[in-house]
Unconditional design. Sequence first.
Length: 445
Amino acid sequence: MTDLTTHMEAPADRARFVRARFPQGGLFSGQNWRISPDPFPLGPELAEELHGLGRLLLQFNRSVNLLYRQSVAGQQPRWVAEWLDCGKPASLLELQRAAAFKNDLPRVIRPDIILTDSGPCITELDSVPGGIGLTAWLNQTYSSMGNGAAMVIGGADGMTQGFAGIFDGAQAVHIVVSEEAQTYRPEMEWLAAQLGQRFQIRDARFTDFKDRDAVYRFFELFDLPNVPNAGAILDLALARRIQLTSPPKPIFEEKMLFALLWNRNLRGFWRQELGERFLSRLQKLSPYTWMVDPSPLPPQGAIPELALTDWRQLKAFSQRERELILKVSGFSDKAWGARGVFLGSDLSTADWAAAVDLAIGSFSTSPHVLQRYLKPAMAKAQWFDFEKEQLTDMPGRVRLCPYYFVQGQGDAARANLSGVLATICPADKKIIHGMSTAILAPCSV
């Protein structure tokens, strides 16, 4: 390692080292990004907060699962299940409520965290995330450079071992990637190759599953009609012949979960299930979120924090008042990859009004949520321009994606932080997501 570290003193050498180790098949189909010579550094306080966040998010998922079941049973308000069931086919709701999946939770938790001037902000949770293979490769590559990169969060193999550990000793693990998710197939192929023959990538037509196998579902539940082997997978999981993660529960693919968290009618439930400290912490980390439910209010009723008596009044907000994000909640092909997201202050009055009308009109099939927009803070970053052969400064805005892998069963389950992906977009980008002008890098302390 000594010689390697000596040769890695120059940023140009470190950037070339990263580029030279790109897998032959790539990581994202047709996608590229800017290469930083170094991991993205996090302060010790933020790093410590991320390490402890997995426990909170796992308990939140447990509570969401309980809230839904109690709502269906009439022990919590019925409107909770009605909101979460909007637009779902009866067959999927039947699966979600099946006794076989009663206590099943996602075994991968990935929050999207925006760094703002007032601190980190979780905008949503993803239970079927992309980026696992990418982050594993970034961690492995940057960890092998030396120069303090050994402080990469999760280390060289934290992501690979974390992913492998969620399958509870299954004899074979089938990673089923749908056509909709083909962009991410190369990163999962790289990941499977690191883990050996026990892990295999399968397309949506593979059906040769054996008892006690595990299936990693790399497709969202809205896409079931386009996944030919989904029926076989779900039948085997229902019979408990195979392990399936994430379970067939669309509640965990909804962005409205934060609207439920902030709903005052449910405060007693959250206080009881999360505890006052966890509830306060989670609300501090998440933006105020509303469900755009067009149900009429009583004459004296008003939507909290907005002073609206009808959602149509949202269209008349001034540009300054429109520091708000409107987005489809889930169960839609527009619910990922920054599609179906509208930043009010960035739109004309006419376009904002059209987005509000869409949200109101599609409530019964594709519910939308409204969130306060917290402007991302500015951060210093650098990338290496291979065409100009120079290190380039890039002030940017940052999204962190920590990956938590849930190992163990029941109350003994633990959500372990295994790596953190930083996406740094140029300062003029207000919605942060993967793009060719973004820097993608692992995080270090």
